[in-house]
Design a protein around this ligand. Structure first.
Ligand SMILES: Cc1ncc(COP(=O)(O)O)c(C=O)c1O
Length: 410
């Protein structure tokens, strides 16, 4: 080995010493390293057949045969490729109204949006409210910037705002940021009612707190009518930054997303991005601009809205079949998004169950990744990534693992 050193000989910074990652992403690395065929409900990934490879191929062919093929492999403006920005503003017009180009930033996936918002608005020690349970990677971002995160329980309408007020009163200080995933929440699947959205905004204004509206899933609605986003409801009030991504509706490997924020915030974020990665992946941006322009993206999203509810129903039916009612397992019935949240009968611990499940050849994410305390008795299962025929078998294996865990081997 030319280089195999385990530890540096100098100390990490305090941030570096305390850095945390995500149990979700770690599961992908672990599964990749295991080399065993495992049915995975772990990552929030699209199904392989749900990646629009034909449209992407056509878009790349168009780029390569166009007048400036090399431009796709050059740096691009930090705010985003102008053609993508124009296409995006047009694409979100029906939902969000006309967005000022100065208020739009193209990012390297939703994660970079979460990072930039936290970087700009959260100082070490600041109080941040998040949902319980909440997206593990988002919680990791908040932690890594030194936030004091208080996770607030939810009901079926969204964050419990009475509980939020109690948390704030107990903390004796106001939150700087409220991290919310109001539509098809990851992992619970909960969607905030209109009333809860309005009340959350009112509270944020009272507290002088920014709402980070993380919205990767609103396009993946399988039933019912869309609700206005927090960004729309704020009506230009400057209390919401909305972070979105193409990961769930095109392909996560493109690492492409966008955010909408006040112009001054976008300018600062662009400056921050220049010391991070200069620009989002230029080829990805040119590809997605074409997918929007040709209508391929709209057609694709329509196809996903037909495909995914069938996968969800398959998972729900498999749960009925393999998790007998008398065992006391409960699960969500999401009307959008990618996840079923499965609550186990006490005292079963999600992580222990998943150890047994891995032996059976199936993976999911333990609930403790989404709330270290309150999530322990749950697991999250993604219904979009596994092949349809694997869903039933995967859930059957989970059921077997549960029987082993509850019955001590039975
Ligand atoms: C709630 C939430 N926010 C952000 C992201 C990150 O998106 P991306 O993969 O585009 O960085 C995800 C992805 O799973 C998510 O579920």
């Amino acid at each position: 080995l030319a280089f195999a050193v385990t530890h540096p000989s100098v100390e990490y910074s305090s941030g570096g010493a305390n850095i945390v990652g995500s149990a979700i992403d770690a599961s992908l690395s672990m599964l990749a390293a295991s080399g065993r065929p495992i049915i995975s409900f772990a990552m929030g990934s699209p199904a392989p057949e749900a990646i629009p490879t034909e449209s992407i191929t056509r878009a790349i062919a168009d780029i390569l045969s166009g007048g400036r093929p090399a431009s796709a492999f050059d740096y691009s403006p930090t705010e985003g490729d102008p053609r993508l920005r124009r296409a995006l503003i047009e694409w979100v017009r029906d939902e969000e109204g006309e967005i000022d180009p100065d208020c739009l930033l193209v990012t390297a996936g939703g994660m970079q949006g979460l990072d930039l918002v936290t970087k700009l608005f959260v100082s070490p020690g600041d109080l941040v409210l998040a949902e319980s349970p909440s997206y593990a990677n988002g919680l990791a971002t908040l932690h890594n910037y030194g936030a004091t995160v208080a996770q607030v329980p939810m009901d079926d309408q969204g964050m419990d705002l009475g509980a939020a007020c109690r948390v704030v009163a107990e903390a004796g200080r106001l939150p700087r940021l409220i991290y919310a995933i109001p539509t098809f929440q990851n992992p619970s699947g909960v969607t905030y009612s209109l009333d809860r959205r309005e009340k959350l905004l009112t509270l944020a204004r009272e507290w002088g707190a920014l709402i980070l509206e993380d919205d990767p899933y609103s396009q993946l609605r399988y039933e019912g009518d869309p609700l206005p986003t927090l960004l729309t409801l704020d009506a230009g009030g400057g209390f919401v930054v909305q972070v979105r991504t193409f990961s769930k509706i095109v392909a996560p490997g493109l690492r492409l997303g966008w955010l909408v924020a006040p112009a001054d915030t976008v300018a600062r974020m662009a400056a921050a991005k220049q010391s991070m990665d200069t620009c989002a992946n230029t080829l990805s941006q040119q590809v997605v601009a074409r997918l929007i322009e040709t209508g391929d993206l709209d057609r694709h999203v329509t196809a996903l809205r037909a495909l995914y509810p069938r996968r969800r129903d398959r998972m729900l039916a498999a749960l009925e079949r393999h998790f007998p009612r008398e065992v006391g397992v409960q699960w969500s019935r999401p009307v959008g998004g990618m996840f079923v949240w499965i609550e186990l009968p006490p005292p079963v611990d999600g992580a222990t169950l998943l150890e047994a499940a891995l032996e059976e050849g199936v993976a999911a994410v333990p609930g403790e990744a989404f709330d270290h305390e309150r999530g322990r008795g749950a697991i999250r299962a993604c219904f979009t990534g596994a092949a349809a025929e694997d869903i039933d078998e995967g859930v059957r294996r989970l059921g077997r693992a549960l029987a082993t865990t509850v019955g001590g081997g039975g």
